[in-house]
Structures are given as C-alpha cells and as structure tokens.
Design a protein around this ligand. Structure first.
Ligand code: HEM
Ligand code: HEM
Length: 205
C-alpha cells in the first residue's frame, strides 16, 4: 500500500474517534454530569483493549505516514489549502504526541480518572491556561483545517451552488464554532470550575 492510502485509512479510523470525542466534549455545555455519563458509556467501546490498541496504533501510523507526506511535498508554490494541510498536519503530530502521552501518564502513573476534569484542569487555572487554551484550540482548529484541506482537494462538485473551495471554508467556520462551544462547556459557560482535589496537581498549585 502507498503511504497516502495508509494515511487515508488510519485517518478515517482516527477521525471517527475524534468526531465522537469532540461530540462528547460538546455535551458538557448541557452539564458536566451529562458529559461524564456519556464518556462512561463510550469508554465501554473505545477502552476495550482491542479497540484501544487499534486507536493507539492508528495515532502512531497517522503521525509517521503524515510526516513522510510532509517531507515529500514541501510547501513551495503552495496555495492556501496546501499550506493549511501541511501546517495543520504538523500541529496535529505535535499535539497527538503530547495529548495521548499526557492521558496515558494521567491514567496509569498518576492513577487519575482522565475524565472532564482532566481536560478542564489546565484550561481553568491561571497561569497554565495561557498554554492550555491555545494548545487545545489549535488542536480542534487544526483537525477541522486538515479535513477542510482534504475536502478542497477531493471534492469536485458544487453543493447548493457552493464551490468546493467555499464548502472547505464552511468546514473552517464550523471548526471555529465548535471550538467556541467546546470552550463554553470546558469553562462552565465561561465562568470557572470547582476542581476536585485530586486534579489540582495538574494546575501546578
Ligand atoms: C487527526 C489526524 C489526521 C487525519 C484524520 C488526517 C487525514 C488525512 C486525509 C484523509 C488525507 C488525504 C489522503 C489522500 O489524499 O488520500 C490527508 C493528507 C495529508 N496529511 Fe493527514 N491526517 C491526520 C494527521 C496528519 C498528521 C499528524 C500529519 C503530519 C504531520 C498529516 C499530514 C498530511 C499530509 C502532508 C497530507 C497530504 C497532503 C497532500 O496530498 O497535498 N496528517 N490527511
Ligand atoms: C477540547 C479539546 C480536548 C480535550 C479537553 C481533550 C481531552 C481528552 C481526555 C480527558 C481524554 C481521556 C479520555 C478518557 O479517559 O476516556 C482524551 C483522550 C484522547 N484524545 Fe482528547 N481532548 C481534546 C481534543 C482532542 C483532539 C482535537 C484530538 C485529536 C486530534 C484528541 C485525541 C485524543 C485521543 C487519540 C485520545 C485517546 C487516548 C486513549 O487511548 O485513551 N483529543 N482527550
């Protein structure tokens, strides 16, 4: 199989998980408890050892194949979506390494339940939020940005008289709206969150 095909197939696996993962975070706008209940149900699937192994292998395959594609392409003479494709991919590579390692360290070494509070801890505590807010926002925007770039290349038909480039811009706008909604939930409607004691270690306090 060619690198691009490998990247495509593991990308589909990963995108399914990420879509569900972001939806789970979105649900926190209806209350932290609702988010945690849904996460408990979803974990029965994605924490099944076989499913989680496929997910973690896909993360590694996606980063390795993506970096090979970046090396091949370069960014000379590239248009907006070509550049977005490369830079969003590079950011996703960095983010996925840090994010997945952090989740695994939190779960197996710090013995924390890596639920809503694990993600919210850094976002709601000054000064570490100066890092965590752009870190998560750029991850969600890069995910939508990467998919918008793929769409702009693969789609060749207008939808409701919108050209593929306009459709791709629509995906970018959707990404910005989803990012705002996720932060609305993660910050308890832009106010603050009472962190349970065991998560305070993550805020450096
Ligand atoms: C969240 C994870 C990711 C998903 C869902 C994803 C998805 C995709 C998809 C579906 C394609 C199109 C493949 C094709 O043309 O058949 C693609 C292309 C590409 N991806 Fe990713 N990808 C992800 C992460 C990454 C990472 C971590 C990198 C690298 C650092 C990367 C770099 C690239 C590059 C360079 C291309 C080719 C661009 C081109 O042909 O112009 N991707 N990605
Ligand atoms: C608002 C932003 C995000 C927050 C707050 C967040 C938080 C979390 C948390 C708390 C977990 C642990 C889940 C559990 O224990 O059941 C997790 C897992 C994970 N996240 Fe995120 N995440 C965010 C965005 C993303 C994005 C954009 C990606 C991918 C590009 C991603 C990829 C993953 C992966 C692959 C895992 C699974 C690790 C495992 O196998 O357990 N996350 N995330």
């Amino acid at each position: 199989m060619k690198i691009k095909q490998i990247h495509f197939f593991s990308g589909v696996v990963l995108a399914c998980f990420i879509g569900i993962h972001l939806f789970n975070h979105f649900i926190s706008i209806f209350g932290i408890q609702r988010h945690i209940e849904l996460m408990d149900s979803l974990r029965k699937i994605y924490r099944h050892p076989f499913v989680e192994m496929i997910l973690l292998v896909s993360v590694v395959v996606q980063i390795r194949s993506g970096l090979q594609l970046v090396r091949r392409k370069g960014s000379r003479n590239a248009g907006f979506f070509d550049k977005l494709h490369l830079y969003s991919g590079l950011y996703l590579a960095i983010f996925l390494v840090i994010h997945v390692s952090a989740v695994l360290v939190g779960r197996f070494y710090l013995k924390l339940d890596t639920n809503f509070y694990f993600g919210a801890a850094g976002i709601n505590s000054f000064p570490v939020n100066l890092f965590f807010i752009p870190y998560y926002a750029l991850a969600v925007l890069s995910f939508f940005g990467h998919l918008a770039a793929v769409h702009s290349k693969k789609m060749n038909q207008p939808i409701l008289s919108l050209s593929p480039a306009h459709q791709a811009k629509g995906i970018l706008i959707l990404g910005a709206v989803v990012t705002l909604l996720l932060f609305y939930g993660l910050t308890n409607q832009f106010s603050s969150i009472e962190l349970p004691e065991e998560y305070r270690i993550l805020t450096g306090q």
